[in-house]
Design a protein around this ligand. Sequence first.
Ligand code: TXE
Length: 475
Amino acid sequence: MDTILNYIAGKFVPSSSDHFIPNINPARGEAYSRIPDSNADDVNLAVEAASMALPIWSKMPLEERAGYLDKIADGIEARLEEFCRAECVDTGKPLQLTEQVDIPRSIQNFRFFASAIRQFSSESHLDASSLNYTRRDPVGVVGLISPWNLPLYLLSWKIAPALAAGNTVVAKPSEVTPMTAFMLCKVMEEIGLPQGVFNLVHGSGPSTGEALVGHPRVKAISFTGGTSTGKRIASVAAPQLKKLSLELGGKNAGVIFADADYDKALARTVRSAFTNQGQICLCTSRLLIEESLYPKFRDDFVSRVRTLKVGDPLNRQTDQGAVVSEAHFNKVLSYIELAKSEGGKILTGGKPAKAESGWFIEPTVIEGLPMESRANQEEIFGPVVTLMPFKSEIEALRLANSSIYGLASVVWTSDLNKAHRMAERLEAGIIWINTWMKRDLRTPFGGMKASGMGREGGLEALRFFTEPKNVCIEF
Ligand code: TXE
């Protein structure tokens, strides 16, 4: 079985740990490679390499540094098909999704930040007797930890701004989906990125991730993953006063008013609930529907969901692939059982999908659950959505905001004033009106409440990965 190697100081190297984690194809339920469960010594080597590379990388002329990011984008693009297929096999998500979203957006991330850093400027403040200007220097060696749901996309979303701003990187992808991160290291090697600028260590959260978070020479941590992991990371990083960006879970509401463009709202809401088997932190898992529209919307929604094709992720006709792992499969099914015990009525789905092997779950729609139920409060992160009617705008707001999470909300209405009122009052970092997952890479991305701390995206990311230093000169 192939062993995926770490990438440290420009070389592929084995870990000094003799523990390995199998890398499983979730559509087959079989291991097809393995990664090392890297230890603190491996992390230490990677941090040393990144520290050595820092003086050269951080002082490199901007145009040259940005040029490397463009080359990384070109390098992924040159192997587009290979990357799309690898992401599909590693995650169980449909190939067409990796071709339309995951890999093209990963390429875009490098291109975007290559361009953004060329435009980035810092502030200056002038008065009659003094000039203040703010330097934006790189933070130093930064640690980037990413999850399994959009593996290359979320990792590149961190690597690109970190490198663009002049930092050197130690990255740790999810142990559940390491393959495209490994392939990215080959691209870094091919384009001749100076050694040590980018390092990648594979392994589990408790051994590899925590060693990275706790390393005293790592000055900032950017993390995307579950809320309890985010809290754990904060408890390790905060006493060392590290800069932290945490993009955590969500339990997003989709609010559908009776005055919405019905066909568009219906079609997009099926997507917002079930894209990537519901395993996107931005997916709408609680659908609130205005009472007068409820019976029609529910019936049409359920009919549409029943047409989703669950099956082989490599087949381009497939809408729903496998969920990412056996553990996650069991977690999602246990929440469906919980929802039933809490009084939920399964309108469609509710069980594993028929398959010869692997971890497939039928897209599931549930109604009749109170908002306080655990199934409506806890992140299921799978192909499961709940429906609930509301009578008024106030009630819709109350229900949407009845969550510890605050990542994204979607509103469907043709009343502009209502849209603005909702946008102001919804407790979420991202509000979409009459759309979903539309991304402009310049905008801030992240959540409030238990959905995280700090923002990624555009200038917010470049600000996170730089240290502001004010210089005041008196005339
Ligand atoms: O994520 P973890 P898991 C949610 C979703 C899911 C739940 C758990 O509800 O069911 O989180 O998923 C690394 N120190 N989201 O367990 O553990 C880990 O190795 C340092 C939401 O897969 O948060 C991986 O690289 N690192 C979500 C990364 O953290 C640690 C995306 C994420 O893993 C660590 C995925 C530690 N102590 C899951 N422990 C989103 N926001 O999009 C783990 N890691």
